[in-house]
Design a protein around this ligand. Structure first.
Ligand SMILES: Cc1cc2nc3c(=O)[nH]c(=O)nc-3n(C[C@H](O)[C@H](O)[C@H](O)COP(=O)(O)OP(=O)(O)OC[C@H]3O[C@@H](n4cnc5c(N)ncnc54)[C@H](O)[C@@H]3O)c2cc1C
Length: 374
């Protein structure tokens, strides 16, 4: 048994857990991160790497903007692996009248809420930026400076930076039970019992089970497996990350020339077996849309498809905030768009653990917001 009431235990070695470990360790906290598999094994390591402010729910934008500040200072924060972030521009085009209306309404509501980071471009401007497009558009929304990153490298970067600041990272160790006993948390794991003053639940799609063990009200978290496909190499034709208004597509071309195709399409997640399925027919719809945008993609064979297990909340907003038990903080339920938020969430979780005011309001992400419904 290892006893330590000053210790902060973080459960989960995804981007949220590793970023939180980094910000806490950098501020001199005694941090132990516990991961049942290995760092970046699940959603955080296998995602599409989209670093996007574009299209965020209005209440999520302040967190996304705060996170982007950290993405822009990755070199001074994590150093090694900071080059895994490739800023470019991110564009969502309209292919029909309905898409155009969605986009124009979106810009209107953003302006009313005081946000300027997304702007509307007409078809001619989009064609100047994307000369290899194979179809006409009805305009689209663009954000300058969003981009993509190699996800597992970014997570490893935060984990390594946390370790450099003194955090202990324990892999292959499953948290089996969480119990608050008088003044501290008893964390039972496959490698023995740990004691901690504070626990941060960053267990991704598995987080509701841990919350339940900790005596929290039921969290309506569901698990699914968003999917991606990657093609053979082709000449460089796509200098942006792309989507289509009204559709879930995400499309990018890597430095290797390969296209990564995905978006919101998802298959079944098997939580016990620790694996996600791949449902080719659903993924095929995204592939077809990609070939509408760029005919070149039609000749690029798919060489691999995969999925990752992700936790979803009913309102597609994460759970970030203090739990109902002393010293318990939650950060999970990122509903397929938590990679870009990770650095900002890590900083906010560190603030909560240290009793400080996060730089943005976490009110929309309150853990108890569904209590009346459950
Ligand atoms: C295919 C795909 C594409 C995506 N594309 C994007 C994108 O382009 N942009 C974007 O912003 N987001 C994207 N996302 C979403 C993003 O990846 C997630 O929102 C984010 O990675 C969630 O991070 P996390 O740290 O909460 O969870 P995870 O990365 O799942 O980490 C949670 C960790 O907790 C560990 N754990 C769970 N239970 C226990 C336990 N009992 N004991 C110890 N450890 C435990 C797990 O093993 C896991 O490693 C995508 C997701 C997928 C799957």
């Amino acid at each position: 048994m290892r006893l330590n009431r000053d210790r902060v235990i973080i459960i989960g070695g995804g981007i949220q857990g590793c970023a939180a470990a980094y910000f806490l360790a950098r501020r001199g906290q005694d941090v132990t991160l516990i991961e049942k598999d290995h760092i970046a094994r699940h959603a955080s390591g296998v995602n599409a790497g989209g670093v996007r402010r574009l299209g965020r729910d209005l209440v999520e934008i302040p967190l996304s903007l705060a996170s982007m500040d950290i993405w822009q200072s990755l070199e001074s924060d994590i150093g090694v692996h900071a080059d895994a972030f490739h800023p470019c521009f991110y564009v969502k085009v309209a292919l029909d009248e309905a898409g155009q209306k969605l986009g124009l309404d979106r810009i209107d509501s953003l302006r009313k809420a005081g946000f300027q980071h997304e702007c509307w471009l007409d078809d001619a401007d989009i064609r100047k930026r994307l000369p290899h497009l194979s179809c006409r558009t009805r305009g689209g929304i663009l954000v300058e400076g969003d981009g993509w990153a190699v996800p597992w490298r970014i997570v490893q970067g935060f984990a390594a930076a946390a370790a450099r600041h003194g955090a202990s990272l324990i892999e292959g160790c499953r948290v089996l039970n969480l119990e608050f006993d008088k003044e501290c948390w008893q964390v039972t794991t496959s490698q023995g019992l740990f004691e901690a003053g504070q626990v941060v639940n960053c267990a991704g799609a598995w987080a509701a089970d841990l919350a339940r063990q900790a005596g929290e009200p039921v969290m309506p978290l569901s698990a699914h497996a968003p999917m991606l496909a990657v093609t053979e190499r082709r000449r460089p034709i796509l200098p942006a990350v792309m989507g289509v208004l009204g559709h879930t597509l995400s499309l990018k071309q890597l430095d290797t020339g390969q296209f990564v195709i995905g978006g919101g399409v998802r298959a079944r997640a098997d939580m016990q077996a620790n694996r996600g399925e791949v449902a080719i027919p659903e993924l095929a719809a995204s592939m077809r849309l990609a070939t509408t945008l760029f005919a070149d993609i039609a000749s690029a064979p798919i060489i691999r498809c995969w999925s990752g297990i992700e936790g979803y909340m009913p309102d597609n907003l994460p759970v970030i905030g203090r739990g109902s038990k002393p010293g318990l903080v939650h950060g999970f339920g990122f509903s397929a768009h938590g990679f870009q938020l990770g650095p900002g969430v890590g900083e906010a979780l560190a603030d909560l653990v240290m009793g400080q005011q996060p730089r943005i309001s976490l009110e929309p992400f309150r853990p108890d917001r569904f209590e009346a419904d459950t």
